[in-house]
Design a protein around this ligand. Structure first.
Ligand code: FAD
Length: 512
């Protein structure tokens, strides 16, 4: 076929109209990314209902979000300013193992130095067995910086930990959605305020043809993206795709959220504190602190959860607590026919490791990589679903590890100790317990350093260590560990205070 004819046939086959239902973080991230990638080739129509509103929480992220913002070409300082953002070096887990204990899951490497064949933590394990090692946090750059409330971006100093500082953000997700809305509308995305009341499915194959709004307007499309939140308006209510319920693994099914006034210092990390039947988050923004309690209604009433949350705020509450209900799990298919569910419509894991906004970003990246034409190839759809499912499952395992390995007394926490774990997680734990081995598998989201820090933090300790470690004398390894810790502390000592950095570099935090 001549090139011109081939082009013509591809053009008739091309997706032209994309309809996004929902204008929360998921809807606007999707609209912004597709408008950036496809430009005028796609007509993108986003429908959202202010009356229904958004979930309105979702404030902590992981470092990958910088890739997303970078792809959009967003200036990072402007972004931090516009979203009341702060920087995040990791998550502190307080009282998770047992009351009084804490550890950090910090971004970036553990050890600060590449030791060749064997990872740093193997040397640490040897010294720990003879009580000659400090806590793992003391050898992790981001933890050392976080606990001193220090932050700065990487600088050009080869071979220094300061040359590769991994960070993410805390931000006001509704301001982020507003920011992305302006970005997307500038690039031609059309927005309609209104409620979708009905979806029309095509008789012969069940593909979505159109959605009808309360106003009577009918919106046709080739590809429908369901960003309607937990309700899954298209993927579930219209297409009945089905949901895989993981409540037996992760029984928390409620959250109460409340903002509180800012207090000093401005911490460069999220804090997660274990409570009687769940855990409490603390996310410092410039203008307020985001707080919430995730809990299981089988073990705690909403009233008691409210009270526990209000009793444990650092500053004064700025509003009444709001309750959110959810069911942990994922859709049987994330992409069904011509409907792709992104965001809460695709499934939900509690925000313990700030995964949800990342799942949105990752779904968008996969959708772009596998972007269909009107033939909607089954093999592409299958691949999208396979990859997304893998990411959900492995992240679920990672969250479950935090709960399972606990030494707390309350019935909620004891529940996990009797749980039969997924085989994938069981295998990871056994591998680590034997000789401290940990591997990132395939495209799973969390890498070796993450698994390591949570295993050690939750006291899942190996019985032995890698034999190569014994090629170095104990004194040699001891002085190597001390050297690493000193290097990290020296580097952190030259870093500015986090609040100062936000104020100066991003011109954030009003001078009042
Ligand atoms: P929503 O915010 O619910 O938006 C749904 C949209 O669909 C809205 O615009 C709504 O108006 C629209 N809509 C619904 N029905 C209709 C209709 N019939 N017609 C028209 N429009 C409709 N994620 C993180 O990454 N980090 C966190 O720290 C974090 N914390 C969280 C804490 C809690 C308690 C919860 C529940 C979630 C948290 N998340 C977090 C997840 C995060 O909030 C969501 O992933 C993110 O906000 C995306 O939500 P969404 O856009 O999918 O849904």
């Amino acid at each position: 076929m001549p090139v011109s004819e081939r082009e013509q046939s591809m053009n008739t086959n091309a997706i032209k109209n994309v309809v996004i239902v929902g204008g929360g973080t998921a809807g606007w991230m999707t609209a912004a990314a597709l408008s950036k990638v496809f430009g005028q080739r796609l007509s993108i129509h986003l429908i959202e209902s202010e009356e229904i509103g958004t979930v309105g929480v979702g404030e902590a992220t992981i470092p990958q979000i910088r890739v997303f913002n970078g792809m959009l070409g967003i200036d990072e300082n402007e972004f931090v300013r516009s979203t009341q953002g702060t920087f995040k070096l990791g998550i502190e887990f307080a009282d998770w193992l047992r009351p009084g204990h804490r550890y950090m899951h910090a971004f970036g490497a553990v050890g600060g130095r590449d030791l060749g064949s064997v990872p740093f933590h193997q040397y640490w394990l040897k010294m720990r067995l003879v009580n000659q090692a400090a806590a793992l946090d003391d050898y992790t750059f981001n933890s050392v910086a976080a606990y001193q409330n220090k932050f700065m971006r990487s600088v050009n100093m080869p071979n220094s930990p300061l040359a590769s500082i991994f960070y993410a953000f805390h931000f006001d997700a509704s301001l982020y959605a507003r920011y992305l809305r302006a970005y997307a509308e500038t690039r031609g995305v059309r927005r309609t305020e209104g409620k979708v009341m009905h979806s029309r499915l095509r008789g012969q194959d069940g593909f979505i043809e159109a959605v009808t709004l309360e106003s009577g307007e009918v919106v046709n499309g080739d590809l429908f993206i369901d960003c309607s939140g937990f309700r899954g308006l298209l993927i579930e209510q219209a297409m009945e795709t089905g949901y895989i319920d993981w409540s037996h693994y992760l029984p928390c099914d409620r959250a109460v959220a409340v903002p509180s006034e800012s207090v000093t210092p401005l911490l460069p990390y999220t804090r997660s504190t274990a409570r009687q039947a769940g855990w409490q988050w603390r996310i410092p923004l410039q203008h307020r602190i985001g707080n919430g309690m995730v809990f299981s209604s089988n073990f705690l009433s909403e009233e008691k959860a409210n009270q526990q949350l209000l009793d444990n705020l650092d500053g004064k509450a700025l509003s009444e607590p709001r309750v959110l209900r959810f069911k942990t799990g994922m859709r049987r298919k994330f992409w069904n026919k011509n409907c792709v569910a992104i965001g809460l419509a695709s499934g939900f894991l509690e925000p313990l490791e700030s995964t949800s906004i990342h799942f949105i970003q990752s779904s968008i990246a996969k959708l772009v990589a596998l972007f269909p034409d009107k033939q909607f190839s089954d093999v592409d759809i299958h691949e999208y679903n396979r990859q997304t499912r893998y990411e959900f499952e492995r992240s679920r395992d990672f969250l479950l590890l935090h709960y399972w390995a606990n030494e707390r007394d309350e019935p909620f926490w004891q529940y996990f100790r009797h749980l039969k774990l997924p085989e994938t997680l069981q295998h990871k734990i056994e591998l680590f317990r034997s000789q401290g081995r940990v591997f990132k598998e395939g495209d799973e989201l969390f890498g070796e350093a993450s698994w390591l820090q949570v295993m050690v933090g939750q006291n899942v300790m190996p019985e032995r260590y890698h034999p190569v470690v014994d090629l170095r004398s104990g004194d040699d390894v001891h002085s190597m560990l001390s050297g690493v810790n000193k290097l990290l502390r020296d580097c952190v000592s030259v870093m500015p205070d986090h609040a100062e950095y936000v104020k100066k570099s991003c011109r954030g935090i009003s001078e009042s």
